[in-house]
Each structure stands twice: as structure tokens, then as C-alpha cells.
Design a protein. Structure first.
Length: 221
């Protein structure tokens, strides 16, 4: 009995021998590969051009102006007014214990504070940003740091300083002028600011660039 050719051409319900069955069309696969490649190139470029923490000096509206009023209650229950620190360099540091970059930069602030303790020419002041007092106290007990930590201010500190997140730090000259703004600091970066601007009488509004950059030593005088 001869087989009917028409019956041989019928698709078999249990035939699964096509390796390309269910695969995306070649054009779609090529497009997806190109998109992935572009994303990888952009990501690698971002990592290559990202500045390190000690280079992250940012523009902020209060740089070049007098430090905003800052009065608040510290961890030990005393009142602190930043104006009482005139005559010394002050690093106003906004932080939170839940903030990983804050945890990373904290040892640098500890080193900076210890390095200037003997001369008493610089003071760190931390401002708690959206955090709990107990968590803050435990953090400093474990990680170190003996400088004032303001846990309760008048509610306007972050707004007055133009803080958008943490960590953010502001370097205040001995005459009360804000000369630099950082998002992530190192001891070296802070000491560099002090070295560039020099002594108490060398910092004036004209010596701070309008865009917040740090001029060369002696510049703008």
C-alpha cells in the first residue's frame, strides 16, 4: 500500500525538532544586544569619571556668605550657638546613622578632629538629619567622635544650609564665612581647604569664587 504524500506533509502534533522554535527574530536579538552594550558603555564611563570623596566640592548658595544662624541642643543636653566658635575653623556636618556614606566618612572626621585638638584651631559640629537620639548616641559611643552633636535645632538648619541629603558638610572660616561645601569628606580635603585659604584674616567674600570653587592660595585678595 502506497503512502499518501498529502498525509506526509501534515504537521505532526508531537514534532519538536525545530531548534529555532520560540527564539526571538534575529533583528530583535541584535537590537537587544546593542541596547545592553550602550548601557554598559555608559555605566563604565560613569565609573571612570566619578570623582572621589575628597574631590566632591560642590556649589551651594551659601558658599561665600556668612554661616546661617545655627543654635540647638546637643547630645549632652547643652545649647550650642555656632557663633560662639568664631576664631576657629568649623566643619558643620549633616549626617544620619542610617546613611552608609556618612558611616564611611565618619573616621575621616574623627582623624580631622584629633589632628586639630591640640591647636584648638578647628571644630567639627554634627547636625542629626532625620534620625533618633538613641541611635545617634550609640553611633558615637561605638565609632568615636567627641565634638558637639546637635540633635534638636530650631527646625530650619537643613533648609538654611540648603541641604538636600546626607552627608553634607560646610567649612566655615574663623570669621564666619562659609568657604566650601562637600558631599563626603576626608581629612585631607578639609585640611586642604584650610591651607588654601590660610589664616583668620585672609578669608573675605572676595576670596571665595561665586561658583563655590576654591581659588588658588592668595587668589582673590
Amino acid at each position: 500500500m502506497t503512502a499518501d504524500p498529502a498525509l506526509d506533509d501534515r504537521p505532526s502534533a508531537d514534532r519538536h525538532d525545530d531548534p529555532d522554535e520560540g527564539a526571538p527574530p534575529p533583528r530583535v536579538a541584535r537590537t537587544a544586544a546593542i541596547i545592553v552594550g550602550i548601557v554598559l558603555v555608559l555605566f563604565i564611563g560613569l565609573l571612570a569619571t566619578r570623582k572621589s570623596a575628597d574631590e566632591r566640592i560642590n556649589v551651594n548658595p551659601i558658599v561665600g556668605k556668612a554661616v546661617p544662624r545655627l543654635v540647638g541642643t546637643t547630645l549632652d543636653g547643652t545649647q550650642l550657638d555656632v557663633d560662639t566658635l568664631r576664631g576657629r575653623w568649623v566643619v558643620v556636618n549633616f549626617f544620619a546613622t542610617w546613611c552608609v556614606p556618612c558611616q564611611i566618612e565618619h573616621p575621616e572626621l574623627v582623624k580631622f578632629s584629633k589632628a586639630h585638638a591640640a591647636a584648638a584651631d578647628a571644630q567639627v559640629v554634627s547636625i542629626v538629619f532625620n534620625d533618633q537620639v538613641n541611635a545617634t548616641r550609640a553611633f558615637f559611643q561605638k565609632q568615636g567622635g567627641t565634638w558637639p552633636v546637635i540633635t534638636s535645632d530650631d527646625g530650619h538648619a537643613a533648609i538654611d544650609f540648603g541641604v538636600t541629603g546626607v552627608p553634607e558638610s560646610f567649612v566655615v572660616a574663623p570669621n564666619g564665612l562659609v568657604v566650601a561645601h562637600f558631599q563626603g569628606v576626608t581629612q585631607t580635603a578639609l585640611d586642604d581647604v584650610i591651607a588654601r585659604f590660610g589664616g583668620t584674616d585672609s578669608v573675605t567674600p572676595g576670596s571665595v569664587a561665586p561658583d563655590g570653587s576654591i581659588p588658588a592660595a592668595g587668589g582673590g585678595r
